[in-house]
Design a protein around this ligand. Structure first.
Ligand SMILES: Cc1cc2nc3c(=O)[nH]c(=O)nc-3n(C[C@H](O)[C@H](O)[C@H](O)COP(=O)(O)OP(=O)(O)OC[C@H]3O[C@@H](n4cnc5c(N)ncnc54)[C@H](O)[C@@H]3O)c2cc1C
Length: 495
């Protein structure tokens, strides 16, 4: 008889693992507390507008293709993914503006207009990022157990080029002179909720996947990925139960034996895979006395990656000068991260990311209107800033900052929805609203991030943005792949 795996959470990691396990012949039951699948990948619709409310930048297309191929499905039957060009339009406070394209020559020409010497430096940095990807990804992205003992495998020469003791900003400074281009290349640290001044130099690898490989957009919105994965999961036989919270992971003699639902029903299982923030798994889902207290405490107290403050706006009028992805950089980038990580306050003068998907999919907004998604990096939930009282105030900070760039939206807003770090914590089950678990501020974070096998509780597995290899849509798909692989290895070995 086939083994039963209970998956807690129908986020992208949980759905990806479920599909792989079902295809490998396991009986899979996936419990999701919300009535819709996708976790942090969410969408809102109102007044003829549609917004993606979570991830908006999709990279690493081969990872998505691999998942559909494993499911025995043709990706193009489920999703129409098109490249986005320009990748991003950047705006600086001194009026400078820059479109970044996959075509380096096109980008370099614009960089030369800002600082002639940086055109070559930008290209050299992207070559370096490609090198980082080639050397580190087999271990840290696709490998299942990165260990310091594997480091000799990268070779001494390569190890020095990885600049293991430098921060990202320091590394970038060695390639480009202009503060504008430094800010642009440093911003990729925020893709994992860190900052260029905290993240290790090796995280230049994040810029590789966007600037060297490209960005993709599904015609029906990013959320259509979650919908497709849910439907594929059902098609391959996963029993997806939406609106069904899991209360507790059952453990007997140090082994996970199933789960208890909020309804009180007990579901026995041979293995339990939690697609839930690891800090929540150890501090809430494992019964007291069964969660190793040191690990629970460590995960609960870790220094956290950033959260976000989001405005979803339906805006009257069409801004022809804006692209699908836009960044409005603040003047003092270092101060922005001092505010977030040291003062634990949202930045007094934030950098804004604005995604306007109707530039690619016109039906996302009524004619003559635009659907703006504005994201500001913010600290994880803490006592320093009470979002319940101060969200209005911060909305004004955000709109004031946009107005400084010439986009005064206040009299054009016809629909509005706000998402604070508290909402992210409550709606997406993330520890203190942090988007990516532990702050990536040293190379050692990659070694101590929770692995697919929980290790301290037999039969318990982890996947998702706080587990190895980390957050982001393609990365959690990989974490689902690694967790499914671990279960298949352990249970086929056990017969
Ligand atoms: C605002 C924002 C912007 C982002 N931007 C990008 C981007 O541009 N590009 C990118 O690649 N990534 C981005 N990300 C990150 C990306 O969305 C996440 O890393 C990824 O979606 C997380 O997937 P996951 O597998 O960890 O599951 P999660 O999304 O964390 O889902 C976990 C699921 O488990 C469920 N769950 C939790 N506890 C229980 C329980 N007890 N019982 C039942 N169900 C439970 C939750 O309801 C949830 O559905 C962004 C995230 C956010 C929030």
């Amino acid at each position: 008889m086939s083994k039963t795996v209970v998956v807690i959470g129908a986020g992208i990691g949980g759905l990806s693992a479920s599909i792989r396990l079902a295809r490998a012949g396991y009986r899979v039951i996936c419990f999701e507390q919300h009535p819709t699948p996708g976790g942090k990948m969410r969408e809102f619709r109102a007044g003829g507008f549609r917004w993606d409310a979570g991830p908006s930048v999709i990279t690493m297309l081969p990872v998505i293709e691999d998942l559909f191929a494993t499911a025995g499905e043709r990706l193009e039957d489920w999703l129409t993914l098109a490249p986005v060009d320009p990748l991003t339009r950047y705006f600086f406070e001194d009026g400078k503006r820059l479109d970044v394209h996959l075509d380096r020559a096109k980008t370099a020409a614009q960089i030369a207009a800002i600082e002639p010497r940086d055109a070559a430096g930008y290209s050299a940095y992207l070559d370096h990022a490609a090198f980082l990807h080639q050397v580190t990804s087999p271990l840290f992205v696709y490998g299942d157990r990165p260990s310091p003992f594997d480091l000799p495998k990268v070779g001494v020469g390569n190890a020095l080029r990885l600049e293991p003791f430098s921060k990202l900003h320091g590394s970038i400074k060695g390639y480009v002179r202009s503060p504008h281009i430094r800010q642009l290349l440093g911003r990729f640290a925020t893709y994992i909720g860190s900052s260029p001044y905290h993240a290790p130099a090796t995280l230049g690898v994040v810029s590789h996947v966007e600037l060297n490989e490209g960005v993709w957009y599904p015609r029906d919105g990013v959320y259509s990925i979650a919908r497709a994965l849910h439907d594929v999961a059902c098609k391959v036989g996963v029993d997806v139960r939406l609106g069904t919270p899991v209360q507790r992971i059952e453990v007997k003699n140090g082994r996970a034996t199933g789960v208890t639902l909020a309804s009180g029903e007990v579901i026995p299982a041979d293995a339990v895979l939690a697609n839930v923030d690891a800090a929540l798994v150890y501090n809430r889902l494992l019964p007291q006395g069964e969660a190793p207290p040191r690990r629970a405490r460590k995960l609960g107290l870790q220094r956290l990656s950033c959260s976000g403050f989001i405005l979803l706006l339906g805006v009257r009028g069409v801004h022809e000068d804006l692209a699908h992805h836009n960044i409005f950089f603040c003047r003092d980038y270092r101060q922005e991260f001092v505010d977030i990580f040291d003062r634990k306050m949202p930045p007094a003068e934030p950098t804004l990311y604005a995604s306007i998907t109707c530039k690619s999919t016109p039906q996302d907004a009524p004619a003559g209107h635009e659907n703006w998604y504005i994201l500001v990096n913010a600290p994880a939930v803490g006592p320093e800033y009470d979002w319940n009282k101060r969200a209005d105030e911060y909305r004004d900070v955000t709109l004031d900052q946009l107005a400084r760039f010439g986009y005064e939206l206040r009299d054009k807003i016809v629909m509005e929805q706000r998402i604070t770090p508290n909402d992210i914590e409550a709606k997406t089950a993330s520890w203190r609203g942090a988007l990516y678990g532990e702050l990536f501020d040293s190379p050692w974070v990659a070694f101590r991030r929770p692995r697919s096998r929980a290790g301290d509780v037999k039969g318990l597995y982890l996947c998702g943005g706080t587990a190895h290899p980390g957050g982001g849509v393609p990365m959690v798909m990989l974490s689902g792949k690694l967790a499914a692989k671990a279960i298949i290895e352990d249970y086929s070995a056990a017969g």
